[in-house]
Design a protein around this ligand. Structure first.
Ligand code: SF4
Ligand code: SF4
Length: 178
């Protein structure tokens, strides 16, 4: 299943890269900017987790220890399952498992249509980052990506069907760790 998932990701990334190109004038993403990994609940399906952990296992020992410590600290300090947290894989403002990151991670920064009347705008719009110059009171003044890029849509979408992928259940990243 991981082999098929990697093929799926290659095709998915190509599509997403085109969206990033078409929206580039509204985006502020650059190396070292990690706001989207600093606070969130990071939904991951079972299949994405398997791939993420493949990336984790290929990390040098010291980074694995850092990630493990981050996980433990989040687990200790998280008093409610509804609380958002910093992704444990974020080390020195960089994703330590970038090639293995999840589907949602790959869409960070893009504004997209959720349905005919609803647009999902990245949270960093409030920090003066993505789309901040082309939004007015939470409304975009330009066309967003015209595809629903939410995780649920993607794992049930055409491309996932083409590769006959079974993603399994989705949970907040931290809840995959006992
Ligand atoms: S896996 Fe990487 S890209 Fe995804 S939230 Fe964590 S640090 Fe960010
Ligand atoms: S989506 Fe926003 S917070 Fe994330 S890297 Fe891009 S500019 Fe930074």
């Amino acid at each position: 299943m991981l082999k098929k998932y990697k093929q799926f990701l290659r095709e998915f990334d190509k599509k997403i890269n085109k969206y990033f190109e078409s929206q580039s004038e509204y985006l502020c993403c650059k190396e070292g900017c990690s706001g989207c990994c600093e606070i969130g609940d990071y939904p991951f399906t079972q299949l994405e987790m398997m791939y993420l952990m493949e990336g984790f296992r290929s990390l040098p020992q010291n980074l694995q220890i850092e990630v493990r410590n981050n996980l433990l600290n989040i687990k200790k300090s998280r008093v409610s399952t509804h609380l958002y947290y910093k992704c444990p894989f974020l080390i020195n403002n960089r994703c330590s498992v970038y090639e293995h990151r999840g589907i949602t991670c790959r869409t960070f920064g893009l504004a997209y249509l959720v349905d005919k009347n609803t647009v999902k705008i990245p949270e960093c719009v409030h920090e003066g980052l993505c789309y901040s110059k082309v939004s007015d009171n939470g409304m975009l003044t330009v066309e967003p990506v015209k595809e629903n890029l939410s995780l649920l849509e993607i794992v049930n979408g055409k491309l996932a069907k083409k590769y006959k992928l079974e993603f399994g259940m989705s949970r907040s990243l931290i809840d995959w760790f006992p």
